[in-house]
Design a protein around this ligand. Structure first.
Ligand code: FNR
Length: 359
């Protein structure tokens, strides 16, 4: 982890309730994948090009649903008000100020319309995307989509890697199942079948299928990203089903503890997609060098989950701003060292496996 991020992590750990720290930090099962996501980046090295200098570099990326000033966006994570009273509002402001996207979680402790308003308060053109767990009751899913559209979200991110909840040992050991009094998953309020004025529980959908995705896509004009793809065959299917983009992700090691590190699954997905839609990556990105490696392997941009939570817990909006600024600054520096003028100069031949020297 870059030293600036490590410092924020340590501060977050010091201020957070240990139960909530473990909720954020933990993974599924033996936490093999949690560790591998970061370790896999350390097994990769960059092979720079020389004598290609330029004084300024262009870090911007155009994606369906947003133009990012920097190829780093905020991955959807739940329950930001466990980290800071301002919760997702603070995260949204910091992301907007950095010129990037917050993927607002369905399990947000601030309702999505307020999240979008917070981002737009900083930058009227700020883009917020909405992450969706399709619910077993499709009427509920439809209401959530309408809610995101009305709030002004610019894309939907459909999480596909969670047909069932991951089993998190740290949470089980702490008996952490519910939010503390006063906090709720605010997007789940006033939905069909829920208590009047109260919130419905978020459910997983074990029977979710490509037909659900088709119906969802047909129900909205928003770009749809599919998050949680690891198998290249699923990437091909996703393109065939008309998604606008794919997020290679293992949910930060929180769903299945048997899968590869996210960055290891990336190249095969990029090859299978063959440029038809952009591919994002999240999981284990802890510095600007990791961003550069992921882009060189074909990601259009990366998402960061936990580092944003550490920034938020450590210092609210300013802490998230610091995380995004550190990543931007480090990435720009690495891009310069690699002889890149823009993100397109990061190509796969720049990545080799440490200890072997070959790609
Ligand atoms: C997540 N993630 C997640 N993903 C999603 O689609 N919906 C969600 O509600 C959540 N919630 C969530 C909570 C917490 C505490 C964490 C740490 C993660 C997964 C997230 O979007 C992303 O895939 C990972 O966080 C990326 O890995 P890193 O950056 O945390 O290593």
């Amino acid at each position: 982890m870059s030293s600036g991020l490590a410092e924020l992590h340590d501060r977050a750990r010091a201020v957070l309730d240990p139960v909530h720290y473990d909720y954020y930090a933990g993974g599924v099962g033996e936490e093999v994948v949690l560790g591998e996501n970061e370790a896999a980046f350390r097994r990769l090295a960059l092979l720079p090009r020389v004598l290609r200098g330029s004084t300024a570099r262009d870090l911007a990326v155009d994606l369906p649903g947003a133009r990012l000033a920097v190829p780093v966006l905020v991955a959807p994570t739940a329950f930001h008000r466990l980290a800071h009273p301002e919760g997702e509002r603070a995260t949204a402001r910091a992301a907007a100020a950095a010129g990037t996207v917050l993927v607002s979680g369905m399990a947000s402790t601030v309702a999505v319309d307020e999240v979008v308003a917070a981002a737009r308060g900083v930058d009227p053109d700020a883009a917020v995307w909405f992450q969706l767990y399709p619910q077993p009751d499709e009427e509920v899913t439809a209401c959530l989509v309408r809610r995101a559209e009305r709030a002004g979200c610019a894309a939907l991110v459909v999480t596909a890697d969670s047909p069932v909840f991951g089993r998190h040992r740290r949470d089980a050991e702490h008996g952490f199942h519910d939010l503390p009094p006063g906090l709720a998953a605010e997007n789940m309020r006033d939905l069909p079948g829920g208590p009047p004025g109260g919130t419905r529980d978020i459910e997983m959908s074990p029977s979710i299928s490509w037909e659900h995705l088709d119906r969802l896509r047909a129900s909205t004009a928003l770009p749809v990203w599919l998050k949680g793809v690891l198998h290249p065959a699923d990437a091909v299917l996703a393109v065939g089903h008309g998604v606008d983009g794919i997020v290679v992700s293992n949910h930060g090691g929180r769903q299945c503890d048997l899968v590869p590190a996210a960055v290891e699954a990336l190249p095969a997905v990029v090859d299978a997609v063959a440029g038809r839609v952009p591919v994002l990556l999240d999981g284990g990105v802890r510095g600007g060098g990791d961003v550069a490696v992921a882009l060189a392997l074909g990601a259009a941009a990366v998402g960061v989950g936990r580092p944003v939570l550490w920034g938020l817990a450590a210092a609210g909006e300013a802490g998230v701003a610091r995380v995004l600024e550190l990543l931007r600054d480090e990435f720009d520096h690495v891009l310069a060292l690699c002889g890149g003028r823009g993100v397109g100069d990061l190509t796969r031949d720049l990545v080799v496996v440490r200890g072997t020297g070959v790609g």
